[in-house]
Ligand binder design. Structure first.
Ligand code: HEC
Length: 192
């Protein structure tokens, strides 16, 4: 019986540790960072992309779709749900971070993107010019914060769910301990 309790405790611990590992992408969902990401979005992404599911108000792109079609040959997608569309958990946000930071030039000098190639399976050619300059000393910081912001747009109840998860886990640990104690007391006279 003791072993059973131990297994449950270890399982709970493992779930916790796995959740931490999954978060180890540099994506930071603290309100300050998300707010900073919104500023980055307004400055670097809004010229082309909108957020129609942004709360409380939708954010329209500055460029209309016809103009964009003329310039890029494709309409820049709405980014409201992009962070969920490109991976599970925080992976989608991490993809956005990588998309912004893995531009390179191939042997012929053509602009390519590593993350886009991995996602699409193509050669990495994308119609999106690098939104944040590669020489910008804050490139990585800005890319991480805008990715974090886009994550919260795609999954607005993240914080509530996470808090609930922690409550549920604590409840399980307390219940396990109580059952353990009750079990010991019940069998005290018999087993010894
Ligand atoms: C100058 C216009 C422009 C700006 C500014 C811009 N984008 Fe884009 N973006 C595009 C276009 C065009 C595409 C479509 C690319 C394609 O399909 O080849 C795109 C596609 C994307 C995609 C989808 C890639 C995929 O996997 O399909 C993401 C994510 C994205 N942009 C994020 C951003 C972020 C974040 C910013 C701001 C930091 C930004 N973009 C700024 C034009 C822009």
């Amino acid at each position: 019986m003791k072993e059973g309790v131990l297994v449950i405790l270890l399982f709970v611990l493992a779930v916790n540790v796995m959740a931490e590992i999954k978060d180890n992408t540099g994506i930071d969902l603290s309100p300050e960072n998300v707010e900073m990401g919104k500023v980055v979005f307004m400055n670097h992404c809004r010229p082309c992309h909108g957020l129609k599911y942004h709360k409380p108000d939708p954010i329209a792109p500055l460029m209309d779709s016809e103009q964009a079609m003329d310039v890029f040959g494709v309409v820049p997608p709405d980014l409201s749900l992009m962070a969920r569309a490109r991976g599970r958990g925080l992976e989608g946000a991490f993809y956005i971070y990588r998309l912004l930071t893995t531009y390179y030039r191939d042997g012929d000098g053509a602009l390519r993107n590593r993350a886009f190639a991995e996602w699409g399976g193509g050669d990495g050619t994308t119609a999106m010019p690098p939104p944040i300059d590669a020489d910008d000393p804050e490139l990585h910081e800005k890319a991480l914060s805008v990715a974090s912001f886009l994550y919260t747009v795609a999954d607005p109840v993240y914080h509530e769910r996470r808090t609930l998860g922690i409550y549920v886990l604590s409840y399980m640990v307390v219940l396990t301990l109580l059952l353990f104690i009750v079990n010991k007391r019940t069998w005290k006279d018999i087993s010894s």
